[in-house]
Write a protein that binds this ligand. Structure first.
Ligand code: TRH
Length: 375
């Protein structure tokens, strides 16, 4: 089947991060023909360093990437049309969809959430003014939702990498990171966060050496302030007490997976890195994307409720407190100490959680099944 996926970049990397990952998997594992329309190809390029940010059209890893320009040029409507995150399709394209002799499958791919109402709405159709049916496709963590993006063999590849210390060492060395004996390796991908300084104070003064890897991005200004530096860039290195810090370049999605797999603890954000950290099978900290009227707090609490179900009350409490502290921008130092008190339990829980999630149908497979069923 032919697929058109439309991605309107709102901000950051999550919108294109999710759609690029989905497009690749549809091609590589399901033999689908996929065009990915992105309105800001410059945001796509960092995730796929070989991409040309100026090109109107290009092929990357079997996916046709097209610059979605506001002055839309006529294009045939595909068999399956995905508007990511409720983006508005071009009028002419909607007309081309309606003009097809057979109805295209039309889906709105929604943002990921663990809220209860998701399973009630997943897959529901709605009739649109152009006479076509559009379905709402919700990724999620429980039965009755669309699942999570996960490539075939991902968990096995990750486990093999983690079982091979030499592979980890070689990967990190290529990024200019020398592993310190016995240090806890932590990655930090976050938005601006006032809780960072308190966390770093505790890490610097702690009993255990910590190596912090920080890809360039929005949290760097807070890090620079704590370090007393004007500006930070990839390659910068610092040491404060027991804490050493390395600023990493922004790497491809594949390499970022390896960063997550290499670390003992991953601070992630948004949607896609949040899911990838779960596949890494290591404890994580989620900086959720802030929404108007604090709607993100419901999402955060909903995920914590599902995620902490199999933890002891004490470990669940410590994990919950650290995520709340990080997201309210206060109290992360104390919360980290609390978290460390439950470290072994949190480690085994992260691997179990990954295993449970990996038993479910992945999002791309579910989508293909959904779209091949008759309307
Ligand atoms: O970048 P994000 O914050 O993205 C989003 C957007 O803000 C979006 O509008 C919002 O709705 C959504 O969050 C919830 O975080 P996310 O989703 O984790 O996307 C980051 C992408 O960048 C992800 O695909 C991983 C990738 N990445 C790399 O490829 N290399 C890197 O070095 C790093 C740090 C990330």
């Amino acid at each position: 089947m032919k697929w058109d996926i439309f991605c309107n970049v709102i901000d950051n990397f999550g919108d294109i991060g999710v759609t690029w990952r989905l497009a690749r998997q549809l091609v590589a594992e399901h033999g689908q023909a996929v065009r990915l329309w992105v309105d800001e190809p410059a945001v796509f390029a960092p995730l796929c360093p070989q991409a040309d940010p100026e090109a109107d059209g290009q092929w990357q890893q079997g996916v046709e990437i097209r610059h979605w320009r506001r002055d839309w040029q006529p294009a045939d409507a595909a068999d399956v049309v995905i508007e990511a995150f409720a983006c508005q399709l071009p009028e002419q394209y909607l007309a081309a969809m309606a003009a097809r002799s057979d109805q295209p499958r039309w889906l709105n791919l929604e943002y990921l959430s663990a809220e209860d109402w998701i399973s009630g709405c997943h897959g529901l159709p709605s009739f649109q003014p152009n006479g076509l049916q559009k379905a709402f496709y919700f990724p999620g963590f429980v039965e009755g939702t669309g699942g999570l993006l996960r490539e075939t063999g991902l968990v096995e590849r990750r486990q093999a990498f983690q079982a091979d210390p030499e592979a980890r060492r070689t990967f990190l060395e290529a990024l200019g990171v020398e592993l310190e004996e016995g240090a806890l390796l932590v990655s930090l991908f976050a938005y601006e966060n006032a809780a960072l300084a308190g966390w770093l104070d505790v890490l610097a003064a702690g009993d255990r050496a910590v190596q912090l890897l920080v890809p360039v991005g929005r949290v760097l200004a807070d890090l620079a302030r704590w370090l007393g530096e004007d500006k930070l860039g990839a390659g910068a290195r610092f040491r404060r007490g027991r804490l050493s810090i390395a600023v990493l370049p922004f790497v491809s999605q594949e390499d970022y997976d390896h960063v997550l797999w290499s670390c003992d603890f991953n601070a992630v954000r948004g949607e896609d890195s949040f899911v990838r950290a779960q596949w890494a099978g290591r404890p994580l900290l989620w900086h959720i994307y802030q929404q108007e009227e604090d709607a993100h707090w419901d999402k955060l609490e909903a995920f914590l409720a599902v995620h902490c179900r199999d933890l002891s009350p004490a470990a669940a409490g410590a994990l919950t407190e650290s995520w709340r502290a990080w997201n309210r921008g206060k109290g992360m130092g104390e919360a980290w100490t609390g978290l460390m008190a439950h470290w072994p339990e949190l480690q085994s829980h992260a691997e179990c959680w990954c295993g449970v999630q990996a038993e479910r149908t992945d999002l791309a497979t579910g989508l293909v099944q959904f779209c091949t069923k008759p309307l």
